[in-house]
Design a protein around this ligand. Structure first.
Ligand code: AMP
Length: 539
């Protein structure tokens, strides 16, 4: 007997089911409406992109890129891949010329396959692959000669043989049959890539785009943290005209930042999200931040012994992240560290002041948090984070900031950018905690029918009601009226439309209002009218 396997959703992923999905749809619909009023259009980028795009944009040293991406090689060379595994795992051994003779056919086959793939440009012709192919051919020929030297006992060519086997194994490991691609861990990089790819700098600037969809990060799952999670985000991109004086655009950039933040807050207000707190900061730019980071590093080195291992490591790798620390014992030390606000260059300080003034003009309440640094490399100047109630330790529902220069880093023209990403899973959790989940969808009408003639009427009635936009449940087989009414009740139907021989003959339908049990005979037109007005029979 075959074993019965119980399939389950992969750790860190989950099914979103009705009625909860109704709330998801409402949230996304509200985003579309609110963002639309601010002039944003939707972009739907692909879910996977070259790994290199994320490494470049998000930063190779960030946790997201270095540890958390789902990546794989995308190619059509399954057979070569298998051959490679066989050669690496089983066949080709050091010190073992017999294995060399065993594997010979496979190695030759592999080399020929690789060469043909590269010639046909189906396997990327990269310097790494070219070098690997050359090494493979050279070492394959070598071991073929060396192996024939072997007569048992002491073996002159042993070292050279081993060196060639090692060379082959190394070359096999580095060959890439296709591009390495990753499931997107965030979407800003994709939006910037699309901006460049479609020449959006030629459109009226700024270009305002929003997106919704799943992101993938291999994090440790917990409440509010998943490996497949959903973001709703928006980006404003604007090409910088040549010779623009950076000091002159400070006011404009600040207004754009403030409007983007205002838009998220308007969206949250529209949803009725509770306990919303907005924190803002400026993390400087390429001019002033490096100097501040050095100052911070120097100060941190003075207190290194008092810091935990994570922060100690970050003194070297990324001192700004120490400010993020939640470790109780470090809080006192961090409070005494130099604050970036005191070390901003004139342009950054000017823009930060203007962002605050602009938020004030828009009636957006905020708190300043000088310790707010964001985990992604691309941010500069304005950064912000929004938290909401009911989420425990994972209470950030939105993070965002300015990222001038990112488009350029990805090969596009000099471009300014600002955007945010909302964690939709957390947003939904917070709404549910506050009792804003909404009721189950229910039905407007449950059609209870009995008899063949009644079924024909029931089908036409259901078609008309559905066409008029009402939610209709039409049972596939006839049911006794008592049972049908019970089911209508369970489904949360507003009305039961009862169709038997009588109703078909007279054209007068029996309609029961489930909330109060009242019942009446009405014509089709009267029933539609009742539904439109949402009336109970008794009223
Ligand atoms: P980030 O792209 O890291 O700035 O994240 C923006 C927002 O996405 C955060 O504020 C969270 O609300 C949400 N988020 C990030 N990672 C996860 C995750 N693993 N699970 C659920 N939500 C997440």
């Amino acid at each position: 007997m075959t074993e019965k396997k119980k399939f389950q959703a992969i750790k860190g992923t989950r099914d979103l089911l009705p009625p909860e999905t109704e709330l998801w749809n409402r949230v996304e619909q509200t985003a579309r409406e609110v963002f639309g009023t601010f002039g944003f259009g939707e972009i739907r980028p692909p879910i996977f992109e070259p790994t290199e795009l994320f490494a470049r944009a998000v930063g190779g040293e960030t946790d997201i890129v270095s540890k958390e991406m789902y990546s794989f090689e995308d190619h059509d060379f399954g057979e070569l891949e298998k051959l490679r595994s066989v050669l690496l795992i089983r066949e080709l051994e050091l010190e073992n010329p017999q294995s060399a003779s065993l594997h010979k056919g496979q190695l030759t086959e592999f080399n020929a396959g690789l060469e043909a793939g590269m010639k046909g440009r189906k396997i990327p012709v990269t310097p790494v692959n070219e070098r690997a192919l050359a090494d493979l051919k050279m070492h394959t020929a070598k071991i073929e000669i060396l192996r024939s030297d072997y007569t048992g006992g002491e073996w002159q060519a042993r070292e050279r043989f081993n060196a060639s086997v090692t060379g082959i194994r190394q070359a096999l490991r580095v060959v890439k049959f296709g591009d390495v691609i990753s499931l997107r861990p965030e979407a800003t990089a994709s939006v910037c890539r699309a901006y460049i790819e479609h020449g959006m700098h030629a459109l009226p600037q700024p270009v305002k785009l929003y997106y919704t969809g799943p992101m993938f990060r291999r994090e440790r799952p917990q409440k509010g943290r998943y490996r497949q999670f959903y973001q709703i985000g928006a980006e404003v991109l604007e090409m910088v005209p040549p010779n623009q004086d950076p000091a002159k655009s400070i006011g404009k950039d600040a207004a754009v930042d403030a409007e983007v933040i205002e838009m998220v807050m308007a969206f949250f207000a529209q949803l009725g999200l509770e306990g919303v707190k907005l924190e803002i900061n400026s993390i400087g730019d390429r001019e002033c931040r490096p100097k501040y980071v050095e100052l911070l590093r120097a100060e941190l080195l003075k207190v290194k012994d008092k810091l935990g291992p994570d922060s100690q490591r970050r003194i070297e790798t990324n001192p700004l992240r120490v400010l993020d620390s939640k470790l109780e014992s470090e809080q006192g030390i961090i409070a005494g560290l130099p604050k970036i606000a005191d070390h901003l260059c004139a342009n950054c300080a000017g823009q930060y002041a203007e962002v605050k003034r602009q938020l004030g003009m828009r009636g957006v309440a905020y708190a300043e948090n000088w310790r707010l640094v964001r985990g992604l490399d691309y941010y500069m100047r304005t950064t912000f984070e929004i938290t909401a109630r009911g989420l425990g330790s994972q209470n950030a529902v939105c993070g965002g900031g300015r990222y001038d220069g990112l488009v350029e880093l990805l090969g596009g023209p000099p471009t300014k950018g600002i955007g945010f990403a909302i964690g939709e899973d957390r947003l939904i959790l917070s709404l549910q905690e506050a009792g804003k989940g909404g009721a189950a969808q229910g039905r407007d009408v449950f059609v209870a029918w009995m008899g063949e003639k009644a079924q024909a009427t029931a089908i036409t009635a259901a078609q008309k009601l559905r066409a008029a936009g009402f939610r209709v449940e039409l049972p596939p087989v006839e049911q006794k009226f008592g049972k049908a009414l019970g089911q209508a009740d369970k489904l949360g139907a507003r009305y039961a439309l009862i169709l038997g021989d009588d109703e078909v003959a007279t054209g007068q339908w029996t309609v029961k209002t489930l909330a109060d049990g009242s019942q009446a005979k009405v014509s089709e037109a009267e029933f539609l009218e009742m539904l439109r007005k949402g009336k109970a029979l008794s009223s």
